[in-house]
Design a protein around this ligand. Structure first.
Ligand code: SF4
Length: 254
């Protein structure tokens, strides 16, 4: 049984949620430019890219190709680049930084300590993310409240970074708005959309990978396990964010 058969269960108010998401994306395309969609090519992100293309919005999509992705994810990236109306950018880490880190700490360093795992995430994800987002007023993510306790309060439009920079006396423009158009969608809503629109998705979802990141740091989950149990499974729950979606205060403290 595939992921669509397993998970597609729309909420009673799915149509209203979809309309709200479409409205937010249309508004964002004119009000929050320049903006981009950050895509991990996971289920939520392929839904958003599909909506951007279906609505013919001029919102580029970018993917962080960390150098440690599954072949299934790389194949989906190639298919997405070939088919998408919206441009699909690929951002990679600085090769020299990766080579030096692996030579110094080994390719399995992430399992030895949280610090080394975060160093790897910094080199492979956060530094390329900073380059991908340079000069952007806003970005779009696939965060949903249901994904984890840490994401339970995710708003549709997150201006907290802008507010913080302003409160700190800096330039408001230095902060960035984060748009989470699927914030109130359920997992069942996501797969309902994928099913009825025949959206191409990562086949790892059919093998019980709900959340897909780098190959060394992602595993399948069992029935009853948390949504993000397959990510950095050897760490405490509280440490389980790579920094992409951690707010600035937490990032400094991390
Ligand atoms: S998820 Fe794992 S492999 Fe990917 S950047 Fe982070 S530590 Fe490195």
């Amino acid at each position: 049984m595939g992921a669509i058969d397993l998970h597609a269960r729309p909420s009673k108010d799915f149509e209203a949620k979809l309309a709200e998401t479409q409205k937010l994306l249309i508004q964002a395309a004119s009000e929050f430019t320049p903006l981009k969609q950050a895509s991990s090519l996971g289920a939520e992100d392929v839904v958003i890219t599909h909506l951007i293309n279906a609505l013919e919005l001029d919102i580029p999509v970018f993917v962080l190709e960390t150098g440690a992705l599954h072949q299934e994810t790389l194949d989906l990236l190639a298919r997405t680049q070939a088919r998408s109306r919206a441009p699909v950018e690929v951002w990679r880490p600085v090769q020299e930084s990766v080579v030096q880190f692996v030579a110094r700490e080994g390719k399995d360093a992430m399992y030895r300590s949280i610090e080394l795992r975060k160093d790897c995430c910094h080199i492979r994800k956060l530094e390329p993310l900073a380059r991908a987002l340079a000069g952007q007023k806003a970005w779009i993510t696939g965060l949903r409240r249901e994904q984890s306790a840490a994401r339970a309060d995710v708003p549709l439009v997150d201006t907290s970074e802008v507010a913080k920079v302003t409160a700190g006396g800096g330039q408001a423009a230095a902060g960035r708005i984060k748009l989470n158009p699927l914030a109130d969608w359920t997992w069942g809503d996501v797969w309902h959309y994928i099913g009825i629109n025949q959206v191409d998705y990562n086949p790892l979802h059919d093998q019980f990978f709900p959340s897909i990141g780098c190959a060394p740091c992602t595993r399948a989950i069992s029935l009853g396990e948390d949504f993000r149990a397959g990510r950095w499974w050897w760490e405490d729950e509280a440490a389980k964010e790579c920094g992409l979606h951690v707010n600035k205060e937490e990032k400094v403290a991390a």
